[in-house]
Design a protein around this ligand. Sequence first.
Ligand code: RAT
Ligand code: ZN
Length: 434
Amino acid sequence: MIYTPLAPDQIRAAVEQELNEARFIDIHTHLFMPSLGSLGLWGIDELITYHYLEAELFRSSDVTPEQYFALSKTAQADLIWKTLFIENCPVSEATRGVISVLNSFGLPTTGDLRDARGFFASRKLETHIKDVFARAGITEVVMTNDPLDPAEAPLWEQGGEQGGEQGATRDPQFHPVLRLDRILNKWDQHWQVLRSQGYDVLADATGRSAFEVRRFLTDWAKRMEPVYMAVSLPDTFAYPEESPRALFLREAVLPLCRELGIPLSVMIGVRYLVNPALKLAGDAAGKADLRAVERLAVGFPDNRFLISVLSRENQHELCVYARKFANLMPFGCWWFLNNPSVVEEITRERIEMLGMSFIPQHSDARVLEQVIYKWRNTRRTLTPILTNSYRLLSEDGRPVTTDDIKHDINRLFRGNFETFARTGGRLSSCLQTV
Ligand code: RAT
Ligand code: ZN
């Protein structure tokens, strides 16, 4: 290898080029593989009715949530488009994202939605997905799959009934995740579903419940082959505590993660439905006590935890804990944090405290084409941050090469996940096809 250090004024261009050329793994989304049918959202009306934009609608119009949710999807999209894109300048992060997607496909960013609707109606989903991923610079996405979601579970079960064909025909661009929100956070509303399926569980989680929850999760893990398990948690999350959640974490989830060799992703800091009328847009964020994370890291040294925290105030503590415990992997600037000003602050702090041993971002996309703008924004925000890190390093006496930059970017956006999730290079299969 020829060791050619970059001059300080060449660093930015090199970072930009390597970020553009690298193909990322999107480690947390709400996208679905095509075989899960209509669960997968895509197209202009879905983009415009994203819940981040619904929340903004009610700030700029007199329409009430009740009136809005009574409308058809097309009418909802028309209303949001008129309010946030025509009557106002779409400068917020979420509105600008729609503009960026339209622009990427050469569609009009002002006027009405006719062209955009016609364009998306003409697309074939399978080829559209490939095109979208190429534009976003990603090879694959990780899904969110809750076995207690009544809309999703039967689709997996049908696949399972055909002798595991779901697995055989599985699209390698989409990786499943066994999501645990319902079973861990809403046991009182879901224990009967398990019971009706032949698992010997009780409302108060006593008796054989924990053993049976583990059996339920094992059955679903066989069906899904998840790359990790995941749960979102409230700002009040505590561990240990007297609750079905803590019991199932200790007795079912964490032992099963160890057995399968996969991490548990914990996303902490949601204040669920502070405004229930807004539905999906009704959650807020709160500062959590991260001593719960410390106790998980200490108490379960043979488990690995992907960790994202929703409150800006928790970010520094998370970095401190990650320095103490190698079984913690901070990831993403989640949800309300995914705005350039906040991403910049968090990412600089993470690099300063953890070097390149973290996962800077995931898209959290709910609508397919969102990956285009979310990853474009990540690349744009990361360019000056990485440039600054390498400039400082080179000023301080360690020359930096293009290979250094390539290696780091690959580590941040692919390698750290593959190593931490121990996917054994399995995920890179899609790299051959791009
Ligand atoms: O970002 C979002 O869309 C949120 O509504 C949540 O889905 C969050 O990302 C989660 O995974 O719980
Ligand atoms: Zn999410």
